[in-house]
Write a protein that binds this ligand. Structure first.
Ligand SMILES: [Zn+2]
Length: 87
């Protein structure tokens, strides 16, 4: 699967399962372990994605599940994976 379908639209986190399903139209309605966005709800449009991202970054880019945060986590590198249309 193309990695574009695995990354979180908001923060670029690489998920094990595609947040929006294999077809990109069947969201899981799960929360991103990194930014905490609910797939299929708060990331439904580019505008919503950008608004959530701004809020998340303003709050210090905290991880929803800190245990999942890599010790060498690089916010810039992760955000570079965000699909073009959601930047
Ligand atoms: Zn995320």
């Amino acid at each position: 699967m193309h990695h574009k379908h695995l990354v979180c639209r908001v923060c670029g986190y690489l998920n094990e399962n595609p947040p929006w399903g294999e077809d990109g139209k069947s969201p899981l309605f799960e929360l991103c372990p990194c930014c905490g966005v609910e797939f299929g709800y708060e990331d439904a449009t580019p505008q919503a994605v950008r608004a959530y991202r701004t809020k998340w970054l303003t709050n210090g880019a905290q991880w929803l599940i800190p245990e999942r945060k890599p010790t060498d986590w690089d916010l810039e590198a992760q955000m570079a994976k965000i699909p073009e249309e959601y930047r």
